[in-house]
Design a protein around this ligand. Structure first.
Ligand SMILES: NC(=O)c1ccc[n+]([C@@H]2O[C@H](COP(=O)([O-])OP(=O)(O)OC[C@H]3O[C@@H](n4cnc5c(N)ncnc54)[C@H](OP(=O)(O)O)[C@@H]3O)[C@@H](O)[C@H]2O)c1
Length: 431
């Protein structure tokens, strides 16, 4: 019933996918259906569910007549107003969403890769057709950060976002830091616990975090970021040795997704990053996610919670479904009102940790310091420990541009006294 006592039609939903997230959505709507109907003023009904395999055993008990392998059964049903896409992948999910929008259906999706690659086109199409298009679960699972950026923080100019938005790599780095184990061994444990896929490259190589950063940054700065311009470096080069030096320097290592608006343009980058142990993100461990935001009015904010899992992710999907049922939430799908310049990585200014293997002989430190100085790289600290051949030298710089640092490193690599530059890790947060 609406406020005048008239009967309100239920919101009929076509669910695309009944895997981890789809089963969570089904479960929440089954369990909390009455309560949701009272809150939204409309009953939520899952009318059809698209799957690949009708005979597969499901995590939830679903009446068999709800399942179909034929998308047209959903698209051609005029009673279905909303498509909830929780299949994953770009194809065919992208064409299924495009066809659904063209059929006038509202969209809720949890699919970050699809949004990062085809978001510009699909969001514009949704606006053209006047349908809702919500995607809260696409970034940081259960944490309602997209709604916060689009709506609750709309009065702010956001200047910076720093996030731990990939639970798999955060679990691996937490294990490596706490137990001194190798990346391979921490990854095997993550796979055994179901936190990492059999093919973990999207997580380990930073792509998953880059897709999510593109979504967050585009909303925060109101300008669509370009995926090719998001610098993306994963955690493959992180070693227990670097984590140990980080500990001596008072740093914790995290795979951070960073987007900053500077007067010259927008920086967007994903890479392993040392942060001071006192930074709020340093204590975010295991599979947890957190997003740290700086806004001109609100100051510093941090969102923390579960970035994945059936029910946490389904919680975000269901909040989008509720927005459609109430016809509330930002109706305009695309919030990119500006076209701002996205900066190349060479323009990025940050601090660096550099580990070098050198000859154990007098004057070596001076030769290296000269190369740093000649390229305007000033040093904050140096660790020189132990003897032997080769001997490790660790430097932390003050703020310097990536381009200057690269020039200094090329000069250092060419020195006869240098065996190898073993690792370079960016450092964020107050010195
Ligand atoms: N898992 C998480 O914690 C999490 C967190 C945040 C966001 N997400 C996002 O949510 C989405 C779904 O993830 P998930 O973990 O739930 O995936 P999943 O467990 O692999 O489930 C995918 C479901 O989609 C169905 N499906 C896939 N391709 C299909 C096709 N071509 N035609 C028909 N049905 C198809 C599968 O059908 P069958 O069951 O018949 O094979 C399965 O039911 C992804 O975009 C993911 O990035 C997931």
């Amino acid at each position: 019933m609406d406020e005048r006592g008239a009967q309100v039609e239920p919101l009929k939903i076509g669910l695309l996918g009944l895997g981890t997230v789809g089963s969570g959505v089904f479960q929440i709507i089954q369990k909390n259906g009455e309560e949701l109907a009272q809150r939204t003023g409309r009953k939520l009904v899952i009318k059809k569910i698209l799957v690949r395999d009708l005979t597969k055993k499901r995590a939830v008990e679903v009446p068999p007549e709800l399942l179909t392998t034929n998308l047209n059964e959903i698209l051609d049903d005029p009673e279905i107003d909303l498509i909830v896409e929780v299949m994953g992948g770009v194809d065919p999910a992208s064409s299924y969403i495009r066809r659904s929008i063209q059929a006038g259906k509202h969209i809720v999706t949890a699919n970050k890769e699809l949004l990062a690659k085809n978001g510009r086109e699909l969001l514009s199409l949704a606006d053209e057709k006047g349908v809702h298009f919500h995607f809260e679960a696409s970034v940081a699972g259960g944490i309602p950060v997209i709604k916060a950026l689009k709506e609750s923080l709309a009065a702010n100019q956001v200047s910076k976002i720093m996030g731990i938005i990939n639970g798999t790599t955060n679990y691996i780095l937490t294990k490596m830091t706490a137990e001194g184990v190798s990346l391979e061994s921490a990854l095997m444990e993550a796979q055994a616990k179901g936190y990492a896929e059999a093919d973990p490259s999207s997580d380990i190589d930073g792509y998953d975090a880059a897709y999510k950063l593109l979504i967050l940054g585009s909303i925060a700065f109101g300008s669509r970021l370009d995926l090719a311009g998001v610098y993306t470096e994963g955690i493959r080069k992180v070693t227990p040795v670097d984590l140990d030096y980080g500990r001596q320097l008072g740093y914790t290592l995290k795979l951070l997704a960073i987007a900053k608006e500077t007067p010259a343009g927008i920086e967007a980058r994903v890479h392993p990053t040392f942060i001071p142990n006192s930074h709020p993100l340093a204590s975010v461990s295991d599979v947890f996610n957190a997003i740290y935001i700086e806004g001109d009015a609100v100051g510093e904010l941090m969102f923390y919670g579960r970035g994945a899992g059936d029910l946490p992710t389904a919680s975000a999907v269901c909040s989008d479904i509720i927005d459609v049922a109430r016809d509330s939430g930002a109706k305009k799908a695309c919030s990119c009102l500006h076209v701002k310049k996205q900066l190349p990585m060479a323009n990025t200014v940050t601090r660096y940790y550099i580990r070098i293997s050198v000859q154990d002989s007098p004057g070596v430190l001076g030769q290296i310091a000269q190369k740093f100085g000649a390229n305007d790289v000033s040093l904050q600290s140096v660790i020189q420990q132990g003897r032997g051949e080769p001997v490790p030298l660790v430097f932390v710089t003050h703020e310097v541009s990536e381009a200057n640092l690269e020039r200094a490193i090329s000069g250092i690599k060419a020195l006869d006294c240098v065996y190898s530059v073993d690792n370079i890790i960016r450092v964020e947060g107050e010195a």
